[in-house]
Design a protein around this ligand. Structure first.
Ligand code: BDR
Ligand code: CA
Length: 314
């Protein structure tokens, strides 16, 4: 099992990614750290605690982190995920309390205790990781690998015409991470991948529902608001699962169908804020990330269905 830390601004698709991390049998989640993004920090922390209980792993510690981006005001995505970030389906209060140790301390200290062992998966704005990097500029080397759900490599945005939410919400943090990144340590999976290879079509949604388990029902119901937003705003017949497909790639890197090593930066300009600047010129700086472009759709969905299936049918 892959030793993992998951950094998340838990909203509906983060919640499904947490199910994969904690209940697929492939991840050994040592800690979950939370960050402000989809929803304010306290709401995202609550959602992470609830999701882990649904995954049967309420024992996994959840550590709240940064309450706002590095230099900007927090701008949430509650218009996409619902006021509570989980489709406003009336989830009960969490059964457990979060930990007192700050997320940034966890991101800095865990890999020092277990050098080269831990994989970090980030599913929200990169604030916690960037602050951790300001504390320890060699931090990325201490991880086995870092996977980030971040950006839109095709320049088709979800929060602006060209920017993806996680990068747009804290572009300075994304730049700090990219400045320290190398392609052997850091893999980015953008929103473009989920729109191509991780769309829950009406048939997939029916399949999930028919599994008829608490996890399947939870995964389906928390994405209720996102499904409406995807239909009305991005024109998808179904909803996409950006964080779950990023988690699937971390758990099963062989699902990657197409990737490139390339130099990526982030625009901080007003009109293009958060847009990726991908430099493919011969004169470009050395590549700093592995950028995933396509994922095995069938393999991803099978992992999701197997995770949510009744015990004994996995
Ligand atoms: C990303 O932003 C959030 O809305 C999702 O949880 C995902 O992490 C997609 O752009
Ligand atoms: Ca997220």
């Amino acid at each position: 099992m892959l030793p993992l830390i998951v950094d998340t601004d838990t909203g509906s698709d983060d919640a499904v990614a947490l199910l994969l991390a904690a209940a697929s049998g492939r991840g050994d989640v040592r800690a979950v750290t939370t960050v402000a993004g989809n929803v304010p920090l306290a709401t995202g922390t609550r959602n992470a605690l609830i999701s882990l209980v649904v995954a049967g792993r309420g024992d996994i510690p959840v550590h709240p982190g940064c309450e706002r981006p590095m230099t900007r005001l927090l701008s949430t995505a509650q218009h996409v995920h619902g006021h509570d970030g989980m489709g406003d389906i009336g989830l009960p209060a969490p059964e457990h309390a979060p930990q007192s140790e700050h997320a940034v301390d966890v991101l800095v200290h865990h890999p020092r205790r277990h050098p080269g062992e831990l994989t970090l998966v980030t599913l929200g704005p990169l604030t916690n990781l960037a602050v951790a990097l300001l504390r320890d500029r060699n931090l990325l080397d201490r991880y086995r690998h870092v996977y980030c759900m971040a950006g839109a490599a095709d320049m088709r945005g979800n929060i602006s015409a060209t920017a993806e939410f996680n990068v747009w919400a804290d572009p300075e943090a994304a730049r700090v991470v990219l400045e320290s990144a190398t392609p052997d340590k850091v893999t980015w999976i953008g929103w473009d991948v989920s729109r191509k290879d991780a769309v829950m079509t009406p048939a997939d949604q029916l399949w999930l529902e028919q599994l008829d388990t608490p996890m399947a029902a939870f995964a389906h119901r928390v994405n209720r608001k996102v499904a409406a937003w995807a239909r009305n705003v991005t024109g998808l017949d179904g909803y996409d699962l950006p964080d779950p497909v990023a988690m699937a790639v971390a758990l099963r890197p062989e699902l990657i169908v197409e990737q490139e090593q390339v130099h990526v930066d982030v625009s901080l300009g007003d009109e293009t804020c958060g847009q990726l600047i991908i430099d493919r010129r011969r004169s470009a700086p050395a590549p700093n990330v592995t950028l995933v472009r396509r994922v095995d759709e069938h393999g991803f969905k099978q992992l999701l269905f197997d995770t949510c299936a009744p015990e004994g049918h996995r």
